[in-house]
Design a protein around this ligand. Sequence first.
Ligand code: OXD
Ligand code: MN
Length: 588
Amino acid sequence: MECTKNKHVLDWIDQMAALTKPDSVVFIDGSEAQLEELRATGMQTGEMIKLNEEKLPGCYLHRSDVTDVARVEDRTFICCKNEKDAGPTNNWMAPDLMYKKLNGLYDGAMKGRTMYVIPYSMGVVGSPFAKYGIELTDSIYVVLSMAIMTRVGNTVFDALGDSPDFIKGLHAKATLDPEYRYIVHFPEDNTIMSINSGYGGNVLLGKKCFALRIASFLGRKEMWMAEHMLILGIENPKGETKYICAAFPSACGKTNLAMLVPPECYREKGFKVWCVGDDIAWLRVGPDGRLWAVNPEAGFFGVAPGTNKKSNPNALASTQKNTIFTNVVLNLDDNTVWWEDLDKNPPKNALNWKGEKWDPSSGEKGAHPNSRFTAPAKNCPCISPEFESPSGVPISAIVFGGRRAKTAPLVYQSKNWRHGVFVGSIMGSETTAAATGKVGVVRRDPMAMLPFCGYNMGDYWQHWLDMEERIANKPKIFNVNWFRTDENGKFIWPGFGENMRVLEWILARCEDGIGAKESALGYLPNIEDIYLEGTDVTSEQLSELLNIDTALWLEEVSGIREFYDKIGDTLPAELAEELKELEESLKK
Ligand code: OXD
Ligand code: MN
């Protein structure tokens, strides 16, 4: 049954149904009864496997096709009229050509299937931050996952009214042929089209496609920011909470930092950490001149392997009910799930992520390294009381970071906003054995947005620079690196909950309470200002962690220059100047 009279919505659905030719069209109303019916249908079709109701109530396992287990950056396109507006870091094709190609692929793609219409909101429905989307899909997995990751149902149509202001998303599984897999954004048409994939990052269109690629484009037009950032709150013993946003490339522990458990000595004093979001932040200037952030999502789409009681007890607790697991191990004895590093007891009687009989002693991994959990944010024990706040939370600090064995110090503060934008633009991370390709190679990933910026990277940096004069009370900008190693290749800093010690220094700097040392990179902590009691880290080791190796940094400057050259003439002059200044002060 249609749940809206909005002509723009209905006309578009008619056109897409005429193109894809589904047997029927079903509107998702957001009711638990309808979702429960879909879970039952998904179990019949084999899309969803019900897990042990006592141990994992409301939880399901889903397996994606073996050729379809990750985001496909080489098949992700930004199709705006001018190629230059997509920039050198995005794939581009002229919109008319791409529409023609895609229309051919979508023609009849839903024959024999049901088209589900999912009205969804990124942000709290009706709040000033909220933006609405409609995803048309022929996948029950997508419907059930969108119902966890976003706010879905009739309330969205009510809030949208007659407006044409919604993001159109069309997803069809089609044949899942990787040769014809496309994830395409038309930012000038508010449109996303995804075909031949069933993997979350490619098909849950509210997430990377809308909340980052399309939203970053809208943010530039409307003077706000969509960023690949976690948001966390730190409550001090006086009960005051300050908020931090942080951007890290993948495999740098973003979800872990977002749900950090402070060391015991901090907990005893009364410190608490609250998670507002683990992946995406939308930032706007508030009436008080501060930058306010919301997490536009309603759930976590987290990497399962490595998540355990020690590394991230809050994430693990979030997955214990109403969660969809993808591509993990199925324990046939008790119908529960397992993944590498969950614990030391892999199930003996089990199926691997492909659904094949699996022997843990074979040396083969049981769960796919990119296997995921899709869990409601409200399950998280440390979810912030402000999670649903329509105006978001005020941000004191923005933190950038990456995985660097030798160059970046444990923490430093940028000199000012402009220099902070430079620090974000030069972000890089060393590749790990977990990814294909050479290990230890630096991959530039400015603001962790390389795969997610919906327009020209140089223009995106300019937008960051332009925000300066709009934010009267600017957050301070920092860089952190938890991954410095000693001469034996061992991590020097303990990481995880101990990162609280660095966050404490960051907040102390924001309140301008403590001094710092000037350096070529920016402000470094005085050794005595990072609280080390209760760790094995010595002050000599802390000095090593804060040391700047000039020769390595001069090499870094050449790497950055190469990357800046690739960006070309949209590179803001201010950033070229900052690079020159860095080089000069290193040479001094
Ligand atoms: C994610 C990603 O899934 O960054 O969040 O790839
Ligand atoms: Mn992400």
